[in-house]
Design a protein around this ligand. Structure first.
Ligand code: FNR
Length: 368
């Protein structure tokens, strides 16, 4: 066949190129699309290129330790598999492929509310003390939401990520054009109300409650002991408010550029957020994660130098899974680990604790 061998994938972008060729058109359209003109989607990755390194020399970098702790979980490297809906569009086994690859690398997986596999299938696929978090879309019917949350906690999930950037799903035109209909999906929540004629995004949007507000956060705290993280925070004011209402974390994210078009990149928001937290002495009160456009270990390093606890990666693992299954995701993760080790050596940092803002030149990002 014309399919390039897995060994010919040298970086995460290579998986995207292969996936584009081999995936079903509808699946490619759903995974790859962003909102409107996809300006934010492109900016997510491009923003990392506005930051340059200021490496330190003559540091003994023989031994590199890239492990870290996220929400109390020790991880081999500071990234996690973020939640992406409808895994079976890309691979017949769906999200459990990601679960198995994450286990091989001691990486955390965030389980999407709108997975193709059932929640229990994804939890059953985990091995040993592997850690999973739950991404939550909040249903109008709070009893449904309560059951989802309580069940996730009972099944051992170690974090609750409430998606707050999607009161209505963005307009992903590529996806709409492909006229989605998906027999393999687990999207039953909206029952027969789901309109599948306008793409996958439209089909799942009927699940989400647009009335969700800050007033609901105490309720979440009352129904679970899992750490609560708001996923999709986009400015410093809301990070400060998240601290005040007792959230354990935030994900600075624009949903992979799939929601508000011309929203800023997560990395740019991070540069705004961390100084404000440090000014108040609050930087230990909340864990700050970033996702969107992370494709290289240098991207991960830049986020950590600015003060992020970890980063989420979405599409690259979907593409690796769709093209090559578990071995593809495995290789994508290994490539990131190899890049990480090399780049930590080259900037003169032997551990995550060594990463700090002085290793960066952010004038290009902050100056405009
Ligand atoms: C997503 N994302 C997402 N987020 C969420 O909270 N719930 C969801 O169901 C989904 N579904 C979803 C599907 C697909 C196909 C994509 C690409 C993304 C957003 C996701 O968690 C994350 O914010 C972005 O994917 C990060 O950007 P990159 O790494 O894809 O560039």
């Amino acid at each position: 066949s014309r399919m390039p061998s897995l060994a010919a994938c040298y970086n995460l972008m290579d998986f995207e190129a292969v996936a584009r060729q081999v995936m079903k058109k509808t699946a490619w359209a759903y995974y790859s699309s962003g909102a409107d003109d996809e300006i934010t989607m492109r900016e997510n990755h491009a923003a990392f290129h506005k930051i340059w390194f200021r490496p330190r020399i003559l540091v003994d970098v023989e031994h590199i330790d890239m492990s870290t702790t996220m929400l109390g979980t020790k991880c081999s490297i500071p990234f996690y598999v973020t939640a992406t809906a409808l895994g079976k569009l890309g691979h017949p086994e769906g999200e459990v492929v990601l679960t198995k690859a994450a286990h091989r690398h001691n990486v955390v997986q965030m389980i999407p509310t709108l997975a193709s596999c059932s929640f229990d299938e994804i939890v059953d696929a985990k091995q040993g003390d592997q850690v999973q978090w739950l991404q939550l879309y909040v249903n109008k019917d709070r009893e449904i939401t309560r059951k989802i949350v309580e069940h996730a906690e009972k099944r051992g999930c170690k974090g609750l990520f409430i998606t707050v950037d999607a009161p209505q799903l963005g307009r992903r035109e590529k996806d709409m054009r492909s006229k989605f209909s998906d027999p393999g999906s687990n999207v039953q929540a909206g029952g027969d109300d789901i309109d599948r004629t306008q793409g996958a995004a439209r089909a799942i949007s009927s699940f989400i409650d647009p009335a969700l507000s800050w007033k609901d956060i105490p309720w979440f705290k009352s129904i679970t002991r899992m750490p609560i993280v708001l996923k999709g925070v986009q400015c410093v004011e809301d990070v400060l408010r998240a601290v005040e209402v007792g959230c354990d974390g935030v994900v600075l994210s624009n949903h992979g550029g799939r929601q508000l078009e011309t929203a800023r990149s997560g990395i740019e928001v991070l540069a705004e957020v961390m100084p404000a937290l440090r000014e108040r002495g609050w930087e230990k009160r909340i864990e700050v994660f970033v996702d969107g456009g992370v494709r290289r270990a240098t991207d991960i390093l830049k986020a950590l130098c600015l003060g992020a606890t970890g980063v989420g990666i979405g599409r690259p693992f979907l593409y690796a899974m769709s093209a090559y299954g578990i071995d593809g995701v495995d290789r994508a993760m290994q490539l990131l680990k190899d890049e990480m080790e090399m780049n930590m050596r080259l900037i003169g940092a032997t551990s995550v604790a060594d990463l700090n803002p002085s290793l960066l030149d952010t004038r290009g990002l902050l100056g405009g």
